[in-house]
Write a protein that binds this ligand. Structure first.
Ligand code: COA
Ligand code: MG
Length: 315
């Protein structure tokens, strides 16, 4: 039976795992290029000390040009637009290596102005350099003002490809308790009997999906706790996130696994699609499958899952 998939032609490429790599550390660039991450994000912001900002920019440009990235999706996180570094980050990186990158990640987006600033610079640089690729922007929401304006931000630019949750800076911005060393999502249940980031993530997912963007969860800070990572990634996948940042290569396989449809998921989705087709032939809207109701809403989820599985070449 032919499976008719819903239209997700504008859907961005897989961003299940996004490995953050400090811009000034060359050996990590090499290691990242050999990893299984869907996206490598070379960082100029918070993993780079202030005295190494210029050096990191140069190092990132060299790595973008010289390393064999094996068809990985590449992005660069610039410094915040309220720093003295951001404008040069955009200009130097994209003038020198714009053809290599898929997107620029803007941290601590407070307002649509942040994305307009980068977007307009990119318009000029792409024209000047005759770049064939259109560079995307990824909008990192990690402050209370940014979260408050997330819908406006999500709609702010045709270049937008994703919204990203910045958990540690967001916690600082709202004055939430610091419970772990990294502040990246550990030991949450000790201080809140539920999912402490449920509202923030759901808000992001709603705004992102309404604008056709991918939504990426923050990294999990304790990189020696694979079970905690699995749980954290599972919760964000359940809420509709498409992927999660990683700060250490050991986190990538777990994240890819959680954000990929499993064989069991695919099998279930196929059964749902078949049951629905049969229902239609018999003039029915809802039917039962293994004691559960299947209707139009179920089929949309199943079709979406099969699309993802096909896109990832899992079927
Ligand atoms: N990207 C690429 N390679 C990485 C890496 C990363 N993010 N993190 C660690 N590695 C490499 C190390 O260089 C080391 O390589 P080697 O075996 O060739 O020497 C290997 O993976 C194992 O690393 P390990 O010794 O376990 O960790 P570490 O003590 O060197 O580094 C951190 C730990 C947290 C400092 C490091 O993982 C890191 O800098 N992560 C990124 C931080 C970041 O980007 N923050 C901003 C986003 S929130
Ligand atoms: Mg941050």
């Amino acid at each position: 039976m032919d499976i008719k998939l819903i239209n997700r032609e504008n859907s961005p490429k897989p961003r299940r795992s996004v490995l953050s790599v400090p811009g000034h550390i060359e050996k990590m660039h090499l290691k990242a290029s050999k990893s299984n991450a869907d996206v490598i994000m070379l960082d100029l912001e918070d993993s780079v000390p202030v005295e190494s900002k210029e050096e990191a920019r140069k190092r990132v440009i060299t790595s973008l040009k010289e390393i064999d990235w094996e068809n990985k999706t590449l992005s660069v996180r610039i410094n915040g637009t309220d720093t003295p570094f951001a404008y040069n980050d955009v200009i130097e990186i994209t003038e020198e290596a714009g053809s290599m990158i898929d997107s620029i990640v803007i941290p601590k987006v407070n307002d649509a102005k942040d994305s307009h600033f980068v977007s307009l610079l990119l318009d000029g640089i792409e024209m000047n350099k005759g770049l064939k690729n259109k560079i995307g922007i990824e909008l990192s929401i990690e402050t209370a003002p940014g979260m408050e304006k997330v819908s406006e931000i999500a709609h702010s630019s045709a270049r937008a490809v994703s919204l990203v949750f910045g958990i540690a800076d967001y916690s600082a911005s709202i004055g939430a308790r610091l419970k772990s060393i990294s502040g990246h999502g550990e030991k949450e249940e000790e201080i809140y009997p539920g999912h402490r980031w449920h509202y923030a993530l759901s808000r992001l997912v709603m705004a992102g999906k309404a604008s056709g963007l991918a939504v990426i969860d923050a990294p999990y800070g304790n990189f020696s706790d694979p079970e905690g990572l699995m749980k954290s990634a599972g919760l964000s996948a359940a809420l509709g996130c498409d992927g999660k940042w990683a700060i250490h290569p050991s986190q990538i396989d777990t994240i890819n696994e959680v954000f990929s449809p499993s064989e069991e998921d695919v099998e279930r989705a196929r059964k749902i699609v078949e049951a629905h087709a049969e229902a239609q032939e018999n003039g029915l809207g809802a039917v039962s499958l293994e004691g559960r109701m299947v209707d139009r809403a179920t089929i949309r989820m199943a079709e979406d899952l099969l699309f993802k599985a096909k896109y990832l070449k899992l079927i």
